[in-house]
Design a protein around this ligand. Structure first.
Ligand code: F0G
Length: 451
């Protein structure tokens, strides 16, 4: 099998181009839509580039015991399904992927479902799911001899890009909305040596500025309009399918911001089905924050066929996005899998995040929308007790420690937001208490907490 077997197909008009013909902004020259990577050699059943399902399943599992660097990456372990490089030796890896799939027995019991799991993508090297996409797209940048890479970001993309660029010896440029990203993420971009520009605008404004910059300077764009990002981000679908012994779960629930991740996971499951590795795709549902819900509105008003940008507001800063680039791809995934697209309030996000924390699985607020969404889907009777559900947790809890501390101190939510939810919130809050430095005082604090 050759290494590089791909071409790019426009998601809007279907135009096909080679990888090297893509414009710097990765938009189609005909219609302005996004591209997706496709592998023509897989299309014909007799094609000698079409992977063999049984052999692949065996090979991918074997690689988990291999000492080869590429085999130890949870992305490149599946490299037969992302043949995007001329030479896999150009791959830049931090041994991303292979993330844990945790059972959530308490939440499952509370919701009356048998099988609930969290696929924790926050357990990646820079603490978010972005690493799986970044290893793929940054490797392409290196192979094509770019010296600079850039992204606009709500924080996690920039952290991942800066780290992978540093590993590859490339320079990186980060555009972030000033004052609107979590400190943990900003600190990572600095630590990994990015040129970090805070712009007086929102994420959507940063995207616009960067789209102009890449037209003027030889900088490789690493936002998720870059279709190679999605090739890496589809691999958690392979890990999930493998973890269920190639019987996919019934339902996968994913947060929605710029909507690349839901698109990528859908592509991953679609390819597994088309290649005969699994029999069906799981339902894929996308959950947004109520104040940043353009896809939810698109489904409500236009059956997911058109989108109107919104001015985004949510404390889940990772998904504070009003004009998502990959909305058309994500809408297709929701429709073809029979999933749903819904939103959750700030209060629902805060409670869900604390509940995940109480199970020993911290996550970012943006990740907690998945549990909030599951509760709504269950209450609406859209998920049966016997269904197997996987929540995709996208970011590590330490990315946004301020949010967590504010919740437990009782300073996160306004009174009107907490109103009617006081009992649930009080049961979850664990503020730190100041006590005298004596055993008696500490024991008294324990007694108080047990009440
Ligand atoms: N969860 C987290 C923790 C994120 O950082 C993001 C996106 C999402 C969910 C949404 O994923 O955009 O593919 O729908 N963060 C981007 C960033 C936009 O710049 O880090 P999506």
């Amino acid at each position: 099998m050759n290494d590089n077997l791909h071409q790019l197909r426009c998601f809007g008009c279907g135009a096909r181009i080679s990888g090297s013909e893509a414009r710097p902004d990765f938009r189609c020259a005909n219609c302005g839509d996004l591209f997706e990577v496709e592998y023509p050699g897989w299309l014909s059943r007799q094609g000698h580039d079409r992977p063999n399902p049984g052999a692949l399943k065996w090979l991918w599992r074997e690689r988990r015991c291999s000492s080869e660097t590429l085999d130890q990456s949870g992305v490149w372990r599946f490299r037969e399904l992302l043949p995007i490089l001329n030479n896999f030796g150009n791959a830049v890896t931090l041994l991303e992927g292979n993330t844990p799939l945790y059972p959530l027995p308490r939440a499952a019991r509370a919701l009356g479902i048998d099988q609930l799991f969290a696929k924790h993508q926050g357990m990646n090297p820079t603490g978010s799911f972005k690493d799986t996409g970044m290893t793929a797209a940054l490797s392409v940048a290196r192979e094509r001899s770019f010296e600079w890479v850039a992204c606009a970001s709500t924080g996690n993309t920039s952290a991942a890009m800066a780290a992978y660029a540093a590993r590859a010896g490339l320079r990186s440029l980060v555009l972030i909305p000033e004052g609107k990203i979590a400190w943990g993420k900003l600190s990572q971009a600095m630590d990994y040596g990015a040129v970090t520009c805070q712009l007086k605008t929102d994420f959507d404004g940063c995207v616009k500025v960067l789209a102009q910059i890449v037209q003027e300077a030889p900088i490789y764009l690493l936002n998720s309009v870059n279709p190679y990002r999605l090739e890496g981000q589809k691999t958690p679908a392979f890990e999930i399918a493998e973890a269920f012994d190639w019987n996919v779960p019934d339902h996968l629930i994913v947060p929605g911001g710029n909507l690349a991740n839901s698109s990528a996971l859908g592509k991953g499951f679609r390819e597994l089905r088309e290649l005969g590795l699994v029999a069906r795709m799981p339902r894929i549902s996308v959950i947004q924050a109520e104040g940043a819900n353009p896809l939810v509105q698109s489904f409500a008003k236009f059956q997911g066929e058109k989108i109107e940008p919104v001015e985004a507001h949510t404390r889940a800063s990772a998904i504070r996005i009003g004009n998502p680039a990959s909305w058309r791809k994500a809408a297709q995934v929701v429709k073809e899998t029979g999933g749903w697209c819904l939103d959750v309030t700030e209060t629902e996000i805060a409670i869900a995040k604390a509940e995940l924390g109480a199970e020993g699985l911290g996550c970012e607020p943006a990740s907690a929308v998945t549990l909030g969404g599951l509760k709504k889907l269950r209450a609406d009777g859209k998920i049966a007790p016997a269904e197997t559900v996987v929540l995709l947790l996208t970011g590590h809890t330490l990315k946004d420690a301020d949010y967590t501390i504010n919740f437990h101190r009782g300073t996160l939510l306004e009174q009107r937001e907490a109103s009617g939810h006081e009992q649930a919130i009080d049961a979850l809050r664990r503020d730190a208490v100041s006590v005298d430095a004596t055993p008696a005082a500490v024991l008294a604090a324990m007694k108080d907490a047990a009440l």
